[in-house]
Design a protein around this ligand. Structure first.
Ligand SMILES: [Zn+2]
Length: 531
């Protein structure tokens, strides 16, 4: 049976940009457009030309996306003709393949917010759609407040949708603008709409205020709608829009949808989904949600030993889809509850060859458990875990040995009379037969220690030249006077490789020192530095 085509309309760059804390530059928008285009969405709603300099600049260039590059705006104001409305003229002047205009579809909103007659609003919809078509672009109408409007005055909400369709709009998009509608209501209402407007002209635009934007979008599809509007990572006003990173894999991997519908995203493009989600976070300079379905770091993580051993036998025992299908990976966590199978799986992932009958594996497991009880956490500190494992299996050389270090922090007035805090560190290291003493200054004690330690490592200096500390996270465990500090350090090197190390101590300097030493040792090991 031929599958029906379902269209994906991405509004990350328009509705997503409405989210608190989200701000895109023109370059960001171009990068994200390219990414969305490669992913295979059908429409990219890129912004509101005329609303701000970024969007005006964006729509002044020809965009060469395969997806329909879409400009967003408002229907013409009542009391003037479409050709005489400067805002609409601005929208229509944009270089875009399609134009999506928002129109009120609720009698209450028309009366209270617009303060115009119901018929005037219908006329705005009709004239605006015609103006888009006359400009040679595909027309879409976002029926704002459609679901609330339908519940309040069904005839009027439907009349708005019908006015858009009858005037030639390619898509009539039903918006749950306030995000309060539930999936069962969406299904009933969309079923009613498609009696009047063919489903392949009906779209859904859901907001996540009850955490059901994805469910609402799928409910609308079940009821007959054939376009889904959403955003990457569910970005969007307030609590966000429908999350395409959850919707796309669901449509492709779940039989109920995959058997009936075809979308522009193909299985090989789906494998870039995790990358898309994380790249967007990188552009926004925020940490990806580890618990995000499908694309989160922990989406395929398992902790308990019995689960891990079953997963190694057959992944479908505890996984609803394969992590690789969305470009993610399975993660078996080494933790307190871990059995030997977890440790084995983790070693395998890190490329450490071990025989499962090696008695040293049991010692390693014991050591991990003991250290975790002390406050170490190896779930993100891969490099420290790999070092520990290799040490227990006798595979880490002693590159260098820190005999002692000294850190001083001083708060004083400088020559200009300003109060400053300076940190100085001295480190005595043995490398081979040589003893090296280095001093370093930093804006804090850990920084000074790092500077001193990496200033002179003798014959290893060239191996650590490209090493950089990119993140430093401190957590106080337990609390009270017996508190222990856990430090996680993230490092990168000249090849862009990244690793995390951990240190634990009641003393923050000592905890940081351990993590620093692990980071340097890991870099030497990775670089095959000679002993
Ligand atoms: Zn919206």
């Amino acid at each position: 049976m031929a599958r029906e085509r379902l269209y994906l309309f991405d509004t990350t760059l328009r509705d997503g940009a409405q989210m608190h804390g989200v701000d895109f530059t023109v370059t960001d928008k171009l990068r994200i457009s390219k990414m969305l285009d490669e992913l295979g969405v059908d429409y990219i709603e890129a912004g509101i030309p005329g609303a701000n300099p970024t969007d005006t600049a964006l729509f002044s260039e020809n965009n060469k996306t395969k997806a329909k590059f879409t400009a967003f705006g408002m229907t013409k104001r009542a009391g003037r003709s479409a050709s005489n409305d400067p805002a609409l003229a601005g929208t229509l002047a944009a270089k875009a393949d399609a134009v999506c205009l928002v129109a009120k579809a609720s009698a209450f909103q028309v009366r209270v917010a617009l303060e115009i007659k119901p018929e005037e609003n219908l006329e705005s919809i009709r004239d605006s759609v015609k103006a888009i078509i006359d400009s040679g672009r595909e027309a879409l109408i976002d029926c704002e407040h459609f679901f609330d409007g339908y519940k309040d005055n069904k005839e009027y909400a439907l009349a708005c949708a019908k006015a858009a369709y009858d005037s030639g709009a390619r898509w009539v998009v039903l918006c749950d603008t306030n995000g309060g509608t539930l999936p069962n209501e969406i299904e009933v209402i969309v079923k009613d709409v498609v009696k009047m407007i063919p489903g392949d002209h009906v779209g859904i635009h859901a907001h996540n205020d009850t955490e059901q934007a994805v469910a609402n979008s799928l409910a609308a599809v079940r009821a007959g709608a054939r376009q889904i509007q959403g955003t990457l990572n569910g970005l969007g006003e307030r609590t966000g829009n429908a999350n395409l990173c959850s919707i796309i894999p669901t449509l492709l991997l779940k039989g109920d949808f995959a058997d009936k519908f075809e979308i522009g995203v193909k299985p090989e493009q789906l494998t870039t989904l995790r990358h898309c989600a994380h790249s967007l976070d990188e552009i926004l300079n925020r940490a990806p949600d580890k618990y995000a379905p499908y694309v989160g770091e922990n989406a395929f993580a398992t902790k308990a030993g019995i689960h891990a051993s079953a997963i190694l036998k057959d992944p479908t025992t505890y996984e609803h889809v394969s992590p690789e299908s969305v470009g993610n990976r399975r993660k078996v966590m080494v933790s307190d509850q871990a059995g030997k199978s977890n440790v084995l799986a983790e070693l395998e992932r890190l490329g450490i060859v071990a025989d499962k009958n090696d008695p040293r594996l049991s010692y390693l497991l014991e050591e991990v458990k003991q250290r975790e009880a002390m406050g170490y956490s190896y779930e993100s500190a891969d490099a420290s875990f790999a070092l520990l494992a290799r040490r227990m299996l006798g595979k880490v050389p002693d590159y260098f040995d820190v005999e002692r270090f000294n850190v001083n922090v001083e708060r004083r007035y400088n020559a200009k009379g300003e109060l400053i805090t300076v940190a100085e560190a001295t480190v005595k290291v043995r490398v081979g037969g040589e003893t090296l003493i280095s001093a370093g200054e930093g804006n804090g004690p850990v920084n000074a220690l790092d500077v001193a330690l990496r200033k002179d490592l003798g014959k290893y200096q060239s191996y650590i030249a490209g090493l950089q500390l990119t993140d430093f996270r401190v957590r106080i465990l337990d609390g009270g006077t017996g508190a222990v500090t856990r430090v996680l350090i993230e490092s990168t090197d000249e090849n862009g490789e990244q690793w995390t190390t951990v240190g634990v101590s009641p003393n923050i300097i000592d905890a940081s020192f351990q993590a620093l030493i692990d980071s340097i040792t890991w870099k030497l090991l990775k670089s095959n530095a000679p002993v």
